[in-house]
Design a protein around this ligand. Structure first.
Ligand code: P53
Length: 486
């Protein structure tokens, strides 16, 4: 028995994906080249190489995705059968502004998302849209330097305004930058490129550049929020704009006070983006830290006013794992995301080394609500695993069901027992797609299996995993039944 708790009637059960990880059709209907299009496939433990241009013989898994660009009408039928009430995807910036700086948008790209959004509504599924999910136009990286350049704010806001005006009558929930705080790990070039379009910098300037680019993104996010609220008024609709934070709780490795202090600073460091988005101000410790480091971040008084006056409507977050840290002896408590982590002896790991921690979900939800006082929206939670397709096309993924049982139960306890306001719960990813960190297809997340391998070989056929039936029943009982299938 796994105890479940019934959620409110309007609770949004759903799944989430990102355009570049499943659409394919990377150069179709006028789409430009994005940063996701120059990432080769990696493997577990092997980083994805980024090429300057698209090489003719490279294995670029995002070029084909799962061909969702063409299959979405049938795939949404399957998701309706699953019972999804909401579906999160992103709008690929390069379908709308192929290079990012054109005067006019690409009508074929806009028309594609018209069709996709209408198809969701036809199936009774509420769309949830991310504006920037690791897919900036490559041209903005090469010609502008990505978000280190203040000019990119206006280009992003123009893209966002264009799509919010176009779809604002049919899309209520929007998010600005996916996992904006992944760049806490600024020593990993992959995150700086995905989050901020930063490339070609000296290693010594990476940390300062990260803070500068992040500031411009926070300003862009506030401007988008402001404009979206104006658009909503004009259209007479309700539009909600959220931020999107990668929530990995960072625990102290022991009850030693120095470890606890270090963990507190780790949390402050990873989640200041949430502080600015939700509370509208930069924390003092961070301003002092910049000064200590000699960082000169361009933040104007007008920026600060804008941030204070345009906080988000809700906090969207992803949740996969938790970490632990120990004291480093540094008086400034500097948190090194790539270096400080240890193993938590109480937790098991996935095949990719991600520590599985359902209790941390409840802890994190309480922590965020206490700190930000904004409704929460879980927009990603899931388990990447190798799945085995049997001869008669079944997939017995009891490990995935077990992961969801623990996490959904913890989510329900936070919402029902602790009273944390929660809009919905979206699993990553509903249907198998290309992994963001490794580019693998074989790191699977779906309830729907897609018959493709890491080289893009396979029939592309869809099959239902055991977890499909399980999640279908969770949704049908509004979260009350979490037991395993018989
Ligand atoms: P993949 C790092 C750590 C946690 C989540 O991840 C992350 C990342 C960035 O790679 O990304 C989010 O596919 C992201 C999705 C991604 C999903 O988690 O690396 O928003 O795009 O696919 C799962 O296993």
């Amino acid at each position: 028995m796994v105890k479940g708790y019934q959620m409110p009637d309007d609770f949004l059960w759903g799944s989430a994906v990102a355009a570049h990880q499943l659409e394919g059709a990377w150069n179709v209907d006028g789409k430009g080249v994005s940063i996701a299009d120059v990432m080769l496939a990696g493997k577990s433990g092997v980083r994805r190489e980024v090429t300057d241009t698209v090489l003719p013989d490279g294995n670029y898994p995002n070029h084909r995705g799962i061909d969702f660009y063409h299959t979405f009408p049938e795939d949404f039928k399957r998701m309706k059968e699953l019972g999804l009430k909401a579906f999160r995807t992103s709008i690929a910036w390069t379908r709308i502004f192929p290079n990012g700086d054109e005067a006019e948008p690409n009508e074929a790209g806009l028309a594609f998302y018209d069709r996709m959004i209408d198809e969701m509504h036809k199936n009774g599924i509420e769309p949830v849209i991310t504006l920037s999910h690791f897919e900036m136009p490559l041209h903005l990286v090469n010609a502008y330097g990505g978000f280190r350049n203040r000019e990119v704010i206006d280009l992003f806001v123009k893209f966002a305004d264009t799509v919010i005006r176009r779809y604002g009558d049919r899309v209520k929930y929007w998010m600005t930058f996916n996992e904006i705080n992944n760049q806490t790990e600024w020593m990993n070039p992959h995150h700086l490129l995905q989050d901020s379009g930063l490339k070609d910098y000296r290693p010594g300037e990476a940390q300062e550049l990260m803070y500068q680019a992040s500031h411009y993104e926070l300003v862009a996010s506030a401007l988008v929020t402001k404009h979206a609220h104006e658009t909503a008024q004009k259209l007479g609709t309700d539009i909600q704009v959220g931020c999107m934070i990668a929530m990995n709780p960072v625990y102290p490795a022991s009850s030693k006070p120095e470890d606890i202090l270090e963990a507190q600073r780790a949390m402050q460091t990873r989640y200041y983006w949430g502080d600015v988005h939700a509370n509208g101000v930069y924390p003092n410790w961070l301003k002092n830290f910049w000064q200590h480091k000699g960082f000169k971040i361009d933040i104007t008084a007008a920026d600060e006013k804008l941030l204070a006056e345009n906080t988000v409507d809700y906090v969207g977050f992803s949740y996969y794992m938790s970490w632990t840290v120990s004291d480093t002896g540094d008086e400034w408590l500097e948190y090194n995301e790539a270096g400080n982590h240890g193993d938590n002896p109480f937790l098991k790991k996935s095949d990719w080394g991600w520590q599985i921690d359902p209790v941390g979900m409840r802890w994190a939800m309480n922590w965020m609500w206490d700190r930000w006082h904004k409704p929460l929206f879980i927009v990603e939670n899931g388990f990447g695993a190798y799945d085995k397709l049997t001869d008669n096309h079944q997939i017995h993924d009891d490990y995935r069901i077990a992961y969801f049982q623990g996490h959904i139960q913890a989510m329900e306890q936070a919402a029902v027992l602790d009273g944390v306001p929660l809009i919905g719960y979206l699993t990553w990813s509903g249907i198998d797609l290309v992994s963001a960190s490794t580019g693998e297809m074989l790191k699977r997340y779906g309830f729907i299996y897609v018959d493709l391998d890491d080289m893009g070989q396979g029939t592309g056929e869809r099959y239902y995993k055991d977890s499909f039936k399980w999640y279908q029943r969770v949704i049908a009982t509004n979260g009350a039944t979490l037991d395993s299938l018989d």
